[in-house]
Design a protein around this ligand. Sequence first.
Ligand SMILES: Cc1cc2nc3c(=O)[nH]c(=O)nc-3n(C[C@H](O)[C@H](O)[C@H](O)COP(=O)(O)O)c2cc1C
Length: 591
Amino acid sequence: MTRLIKKITDIVPFIVVTAINSVALAMLKMGKQADDFRVFLIIAAAVIVTNLILSIVKKVLTYFTIAISSVTLFGILAVFVYPQLGILFLNNTIAALYAALFLITFFPPIFGLDPFTYDFSKKSYPESVHRMPQFKSINLVLNYFWALIFALAFTLTLITYTRDYALQQILQTIVPITLQLVIGLPLTRKLPELLMAKGSQQKNNFSSVKEMFEAMPYGLNTKKAEGLDLVIQFKLNGEETIEGYLTISRNKCSYSDGLHEKPSTTIISDSKLWLDISNGDVSGDEALINKRYTVEGDAGILLTLSDLFTASVPLKRVKKQKKDAAGSHFLYKSFEPGYIKKIVVINSSPRTDKFSKSLMMANKFLSGAESAGAEAEMVNLKDKTINFCTCCYSCWTKTPGVCIFKDDMPKILEKIRMADLIVYVTPLYVFSVSAQLKVFIDRMLPLLQPYMVKTDGITNHPNRFEEDGPNGLIVFSAGGFPEVKKNFDGISAIVRNIGSHFQKTNLMAEFFLPASELLQQPVYRERRTRVEEACFSAGRDAVLTGTISDSYMKIVSDPGVDQDVFIDQANMFWKSLDGKKAYYQGTPKLF
Ligand SMILES: Cc1cc2nc3c(=O)[nH]c(=O)nc-3n(C[C@H](O)[C@H](O)[C@H](O)COP(=O)(O)O)c2cc1C
């Protein structure tokens, strides 16, 4: 019954608007005035209002009904209140209709409302599919595709095709409709398939394996599935007990309950684990290496499985790309608000905090983080004994996870494993990290396994300790030259590679401070305050919101001085120390 009412309430505004268009045009053509068919317009308005009330009461109100009803009521009202506008409406009813349709497609998503295509798409797919990220993004594309069609249709109704009145009316109506029938509808059928073939970078969020299997046939990346003919049998136990198989053949995917006679491969797993893998919360490769699930038959299929459906992303939320210190775009990672509670700082500056600008920034960051409730610990590498890695690979073979050296490193690795956020502090030495930090980074090898896996297209080693949660990574580095570009590229390459190759490590921000030595001079007090405030706010936000704004990185990376002025001032400074005083005696302390 509700369906029938919905159909009626959907169609009534169209009928009314078409009736107004035909009657009004015929009347006006006969030389009559709008006043002559007032009664007709009042009846039309009454029908529209009744229809609106009915659709609200029956909860079947659609964007279309809202758009067409409001434009019609507005036009009728204009006839009575502002006749000039009313006549304009009566002469261009169809154009007004397309304008309304354009507005109702264009604006709702901008204000966070569902695209109008949802109503239609939802009917064609099971509920589990509605929650898929592609469903939402594809609908958004379709929505704006139709916004464009309506805008074009609006323009086409305004064109004068011929002087013949009757023919003009016909063309004015038929041309836009043809556009919708010839381009709009066929592309609406084709677009979802084309977009699905491109895959999605968004994370799935299925609440059960059953729901996931139901949605999988709709999430197949048809381009990647080309030529495949395989059957994947699942034997899942635990929270959900499922025996069923996926058939991928002729660019289609289907799911059936039960056991297949001759599956290409069989996956035996805990259902919760398989759900986490499918949602991208657990690495399938790592889980397999750690024997958390087993595979019988062709295990190679697993390598293509995640590619065939949505691409998976790790646990954290991935936000929009931000500008890095050198002004290029980079995808810094974010965490859920409040995720970062424990911070470990690896300080590799040999200077004290009275002189190290890298440390000055990190200290401010920590104050901000602590003010927001985080706990922080500083490891000063200059006080530690850390041997060079000898590349003996004992930590990968003979004693997995344990290095041959019994120096200070194993204890630091323990701290690293417990941290939600790791902060590297390094002076910029010859366009790279300090030697101390590099030795430390090399010695992180026991945290990885020797095996190679592919994550987001990158070859890397799985983490050794599955149970460790993801962690953020931030670097603070000060350099003497006034440039960020090229000067800090080496450090950036190192931390970005760590961010992309250590599966649990997510690069959240890079703070590069150029023209660092000037900061110590009293005339640069203002710049120093700006830098300190930015670092403090970054620390506070990292804890409270899980995100670090690129505006803070920008403040830090601004040398605040022209290159020529910088060179003059730097030379004056060095001249003042020339042969007279050591740097530490001639330079004002930071604190
Ligand atoms: C061995 C050495 C190499 C350096 N190389 C660079 C460099 O490549 N680029 C640069 O801008 N500054 C360079 N500097 C300057 C330091 O980066 C600068 O003094 C910085 O403030 C040191 O960091 P800190 O204050 O945190 O200790 C170098 C300094 C030293 C001692």
